[in-house]
Design a protein around this ligand. Sequence first.
Ligand code: 6PG
Length: 241
Amino acid sequence: MPIATTIKTVWPDAVALSHAVANLIVTESNKAIQQKGYFTIALSGGGTPKLLFELLAQAPYKNNIPWKKVIIAFGDERFVAPTSDESNYKMANEALLKHVGIPKKNILIVPTVKVTPAQSASQYETALKKYISNKHPFDLVLLGIGEEGHTASIFPGSPLLTDKKNWIKNIWVVEKNMDRISFTMPFINHAKNIAFLVSGASKAAILKKIFSKPGATLPAAMVKAKENTFWFLDEAAKIGH
Ligand code: 6PG
């Protein structure tokens, strides 16, 4: 049984951080495809991963990942149309997915049209079960953090922190005044590997808290992959701790 480890690395800036994560994805995707024939990755939302996605869409990364055997999912989604500028899918599609030859059926989009948030969560969970099981957890889940310690759409005090019944849950996020569809914390921690991407001075204060004792109950501090939990930080985010 592998020992769960936390690996924290600090990079000069967001570009270097994104190259480091892109290299991890090349390594893990080829390893998974060799072992079981496909690679499963859940993309994070928000703005930080955009640079990473743009790098993955060009050489050398584009040519070093067997995209036809990659299964793409989303760690969380805003309950908006896929054409909305708020949509995590839209950003990932424009920065990465439409530039690399991933079969459409391999992109597990969170349904947000003509369904209720509860139906969306249930349908998305069913779709994930085609590739994810206890035997085959997510090979890699990408996450970001918010300034108050949220990750995915799990905010401090969220019922998703302890929801062991669902992999995916719909939740009204009062802080964002919108419905979100998100991995629950137990499902996030079901992953083989997790990589946080944390960039910019605005994240320095929350990072300091997360890595301090009292921060232990913040959602991002409760994340622990079965094998490796990677923290990719840039210098600006690291300052202060
Ligand atoms: C979302 C994300 C969210 C994000 C953090 C950081 O849908 O917004 O899943 O958890 O990762 O809020 O966002 P930034 O990268 O924009 O700072």
